[in-house]
Design a protein around this ligand. Structure first.
Ligand code: RTP
Ligand code: MG
Length: 140
């Protein structure tokens, strides 16, 4: 398996509780490298575009409002099988169902405020990375 990249967001519940370093430690301990990283305030338009696939879902409004409620850290992670590896490290969407040792089990407060986002496929990773990073801001 070749080296792959995935897109990650440390969500507002992580920045609010000052957990970005603790989450990054779990990411790095899993063997993923943080090759791009920026702390931003997501605009309403960016959040709506990013979560467009969920626009018909009942939680869409709540999700956009949460993602714009405070700073987030957008990241590009690199490693062997990075997309699947990071999904494993994140744990289940609902922290109550997340496995021991995962980021969501350790830190997440609820299904809505679940600390991290990770791309769900290599194709989506490329699309999501391009929404927030220029090639020159990713240093592998
Ligand atoms: P993500 O996209 O953030 O990495 O999370 P995911 O793949 O595990 O979950 P997904 O189904 O893509 O849902 C995206 C985000 O929407 C919020 N959500 N809220 N209130 C609810 O029932 C509910 N369901 C999903 C979560 O923040 C989830 O991460
Ligand atoms: Mg998702």
């Amino acid at each position: 398996m070749a080296t792959e990249r995935t897109f990650s967001i440390l969500k507002p519940d992580a920045t609010r509780r000052n957990l970005t370093g603790a989450v990054n430690a779990v990411i790095e301990e899993a063997g993923l490298r943080i090759v791009g990283q920026r702390r931003i305030r997501m605009s309403q338009a960016q959040a709506e575009k990013f979560y467009e696939v969920h626009k018909e879902r009942p939680f869409f409004g709540e999700l956009v409002s949460f993602m714009t409620s405070g700073p987030v850290v957008v990241q590009v992670l690199e490693g062997e099988n990075a997309v699947a590896k990071y999904r494993e490290v994140m744990g289940a969407t609902n922290p109550a169902q997340a496995a021991e040792g995962t980021i969501r089990k350790k830190f997440a407060e609820s299904v809505g405020e679940n600390t991290v986002h990770g791309s769900d496929s290599a194709d989506n990773a490329k699309i999501e990375i391009a929404q927030f990073f220029q090639d020159s801001d990713i240093v592998g």
